[in-house]
Design a protein around this ligand. Structure first.
Ligand SMILES: [Zn+2]
Length: 486
């Protein structure tokens, strides 16, 4: 254990960083009459990070009933309501709630809970408040990307920031677009995190999960609502609404970077640290690597030491004392990962097409993150900065030959590979189709309307894909009559 030295020598921590666990007491909407909505009963918000970690595990275990059942997204039954955010209206479907004999029942798949009208109002108001807070917090987290990206773009293109600011909103008349659209430098507004969304579903998904499809449909389980409740701030829903923001994750750009990583850097690295995400959320894998290289902090090693008998997800096997001792360092590490993450995002969005090309050429969707981090920080992973630099210099020739061999492969096609991007896009769409309840036969029927006999991603014309997506979103073509699709 003592070998796990934490050397943050070259990292930019301000020592006064406030790590205090200050999650504010939740205020419930008026209709809730001072109580949480029914699906949050039994979970308490706590300022104790370790206790919150335990509650997370409890939530995973207890959410089988209402969150891990078969997905009911796109189900044309149950209650629904309209929610308005920044003048934009979203239809929220609640397929688990049905009206019967003068009450509203919450059907979990194994039983039904009867709610009063007032209690059902509280459900809708709570979800509304949760989503609204997420939109505002997402904007707060990301708003500095716009000026930082402009500054970086100005530097690279030899313009002043004022010149760039003036240029971006200008129309390019012949193409019916603006410079900002072409350069893809996001001019962020709070509404961008919701304005693309048409439908939301509060539904089981077969797992403790949430997802966004085509930036238009957001689905989430009671389980993830509970997670954010335990934490005392919006986290999972913020992650989803970043996916829904077309300026940050619009197609086709999102097929060229790790959109899960980019939607995790801000919401999953908040203070006080969510230990569950810090240790286990796989979207943070590349940041874990950065922490090891630049911060000499080995999460994998700590994770192992934390649990007696090597039991994952702790519970009683957790070494509480060890975790308590590391808490301060863990919180500092999260603050650094988040600060550096924001710098990465700002740099990426100063010229997303260039970074997309770098990812593509290096066959690594995290390459932009890795390169920008390496430009910003010095490695310390071999027992401090000077020792690490000494090692690098001593082995300079070997490093160079490895780098040369790697560079040799950059930009070249890999063996046995089709078009990565097309396959990624198709995978996303097929997953969406599955959630919508479109089985293979129905898909084949829809496909025939576009002249497909079978669907081979490598052969589909991109204009056809565009046409299908447009028809789907506008409910035109074969989607006009398909009952399965709203
Ligand atoms: Zn995601």
């Amino acid at each position: 254990m003592s070998k796990l030295t934490l050397l943050f020598g070259t990292l930019t921590f301000s020592l006064g960083v406030l790590i205090a666990a200050t999650s504010e007491a939740q205020t419930w909407p008026a209709s809730c009459e001072g109580k949480p909505p029914h699906y949050l009963a039994g979970y308490t918000q706590t300022k104790d990070q370790i206790e919150a970690f335990n509650q997370m595990q409890l939530n995973y275990r207890n959410s089988w009933i209402d969150s891990k059942n078969k997905a009911r997204a796109a189900a044309n039954f149950g209650e629904k309501t309209e929610l308005t955010f920044y003048g934009h209206t979203v239809v929220l479907y609640l397929p688990m709630y049905r009206r019967a004999d003068g009450g509203v029942y919450y059907y979990t798949g194994v039983d039904a809970v009867r709610l009063t009208e007032k209690e059902f109002e509280c459900v809708k108001d709570d979800l509304r408040q949760w989503i609204q807070q997420a939109i505002d917090a997402d904007y707060e987290d990301h708003k500095s990307i716009t000026p930082l990206a402009i500054e970086s773009f100005a530097k690279q293109s030899g313009m002043t920031t004022d010149e760039v600011k003036e240029l971006l909103p200008k129309p390019i008349v012949e193409y019916g677009t603006t410079y900002s659209e072409v350069y893809k430098i996001p001019q962020l507004e709070p509404a961008d995190f919701i304005s693309g969304v048409k439908y939301m579903y509060f539904t089981p998904m077969g797992s403790c999960n949430a997802a966004v499809y085509l930036q238009s449909v957001v689905i989430f389980t009671p389980c993830v609502r509970r997670m954010d409740h335990i934490l005392g701030f919006s986290s999972v829903i913020k992650h989803e609404l970043i996916h829904a923001n077309r300026k940050l994750q619009g197609m086709p750009l999102l097929w060229y970077f790790n959109y899960e990583l980019f939607a995790a850097l801000m919401p999953f690295l908040e203070q006080p640290t969510n230990l569950d995400d810090f240790f286990y959320h796989s979207y943070l894998e590349t940041p874990w690597e950065a922490l090891r290289v630049f911060g000499c902090f080995d999460i994998a090693k700590l994770r192992k030491e934390l649990f007696r008998y090597n039991v994952p997800w702790g519970g009683n096997a957790m070494n509480r004392e060890l975790l308590t001792n590391y808490l301060n360092e863990i919180n500092k590490a999260t603050v650094w990962l988040r600060e550096s993450g924001l710098k990465v995002l700002a740099e990426f969005y100063s010229d997303p097409r260039v970074w997309a090309a770098i990812n593509d050429m290096s066959h690594d969707d995290d390459m932009a993150y890795r390169v920008i981090m390496a430009k910003l920080y010095e490695p310390t992973c071999l027992g401090g900065h000077s020792k690490t630099v000494r090692f690098i210099l001593k082995h300079a020739d070997e490093s160079k030959s490895i780098a040369d061999a790697a560079w040799e492969r950059v930009g070249k096609n890999r063996n046995n590979m089709g078009d990565d991007r097309r396959e990624k896009a198709f995978r996303d769409l097929m997953r969406f189709a599955e959630v919508l309840g479109l089985n293979e036969e129905k898909l084949a029927r829809l496909g025939r309307a576009y002249g497909f006999r079978n669907i081979d991603p490598a052969r589909v014309n991109l204009d056809t894909v565009r046409e299908i997506l447009k028809d789907f979103i506008m409910k035109e073509g074969p989607f006009k009559i398909s009952k399965e699709v709203r």
